[in-house]
Ligand binder design. Structure first.
Ligand code: IPM
Ligand code: MG
Length: 365
């Protein structure tokens, strides 16, 4: 029997409640495959800070280091709670970025796909969506502005100033663009390279390296697009995209726009992959305003499980089954309050009922 250790970082806000639903799904997979998932919960984020004084405690680091994969809920606090914590110990700077750096998960996969039966959630017109949106954004996750040198001070004129640096070396660029090409080979063999080489030197080097790597992938058609133009194109003609590759900050912004064109960031799971480690998380925040009400849709958390099954455990069929199970619940007309406008023609159910229905659907697959 295979035995996999999974670190479970429940996170803040809606994290714990959507995590419960993701674990229900893992149990079904475990029961019908010759497999044991050893789940180890560890404290991470704002909750960890208030419990122990650090958002990424040593004990949690140990659990993560020993795990075969990590399933992480969203983290973050509302403004008031955040203000109680020193800036560098807030969940994003004190836990999430250090987790990414520690595991060196440089490749962030963010699928932007509109499941069947969900077109009505999108703010885009039906003629723009056509047969549906189905792309994957690949975001560099451990470099660029997020991790460059920072300086804060007062200059010679007595003015407060700040300096943040956007740094990449060619090896960092090469490994992420290769991920983009590899994905393209598995999909439609079209790769959109998102950059800003009309202004940024970092994009000039990025494009140079991408051009060199492209020689190893003669079957992939590369399309270059400036990041600002890509933002417009995502609204006007999203179906042209299949795989997009970009640096960290561009990916942060465009992937939120990806959630926007679907109608909700709640429909955005993600995978963060390195050469030796992987963790899986929703792309969205912890939604403290709706936490504890049992109304958040667990799609992004369960979708993160589906990505884990595929990318960490090579269980491709079960991964597809999980996606299909979730989509069938939507197709049957069910939804949760966070995803639905008042008066929408849906059968409104709670977070846990949504999870139960996914589990029932999964059992029939
Ligand atoms: C994301 C989030 C994070 C990021 C925040 C929470 C630090 O927005 O994963 O997209 O900026 O990377
Ligand atoms: Mg973001």
């Amino acid at each position: 029997m295979k035995n996999y250790k999974i670190a479970i970082l429940d996170g803040d806000g809606i994290g714990p409640e959507i995590m419960i639903e993701a674990i229900k799904v893992l149990k079904v997979i475990e029961q019908r495959n010759d497999i044991k998932f050893e789940l180890q919960h560890a404290s991470f984020g704002g909750c960890a800070y208030f419990e122990s004084g650090h958002p990424f405690p040593e004990e949690t680091k140990k659990v993560c280091d020993e795990a075969d994969a990590i399933l992480k809920g969203p983290i973050g606090l509302n403004h008031e709670e955040s203000e109680k914590i020193p800036v560098d110990l807030r969940p994003e700077r004190g836990a999430l970025l250090p987790l990414r750096k520690r595991l060196n998960t440089y490749a962030n996969f963010r699928p932007v796909s509109l499941p069947k039966g969900l077109a009505h959630f999108s703010p885009l017109k039906a003629e723009i969506i056509g047969d549906g949106i189905d792309m994957i954004m690949i975001r560099e996750l451990v470099g660029g502005l997020y991790f460059g040198k920072k300086e804060v001070g007062v200059n010679d004129d007595g003015l407060r100033y700040v300096k943040e640096t956007l740094e990449y070396d060619e090896s960092q660029i090469e490994r992420i663009v290769r991920v983009g090409f590899d994905q393209s080979m598995r999909r439609k063999k079209i790769l959109h390279n998102i950059h800003k080489s009309n202004v940024l030197k970092s994009s000039v080097l990025w494009n140079e390296v991408l051009g060199e790597v492209a020689e190893d992938y003669p079957d992939v058609e590369v399309k270059h697009m400036l990041v600002d133009a890509a933002a417009t194109a995502l609204c006007l003609n999203p179906t042209q995209f299949d795989v997009m590759v970009m640096e960290n900050m561009f990916g942060d912004i465009l992937s939120d726009q990806g959630g926007g064109i679907l109608g909700s960031l709640g429909l955005m799971p993600s995978a963060c992959i390195g050469d030796a480690s992987a963790y899986y998380e929703p792309s969205h925040g912890s939604a403290p305003d709706i936490a504890g009400q049992n109304i958040a849709n667990p799609y992004s958390m369960i979708g993160s499980v589906a990505m884990m099954l595929e990318l960490s455990f090579d269980m491709l069929d079960e991964s597809k089954n999980v996606w299909n199970a979730m989509q069938s619940v939507f197709a049957d007309g069910y939804s949760t309050p966070d995803l639905s406008k008042p008066g929408a023609d849906v059968l409104m159910i709670k977070t846990d009922e949504f999870g139960d229905r996914v589990v029932e659907a999964l059992k029939t697959k």
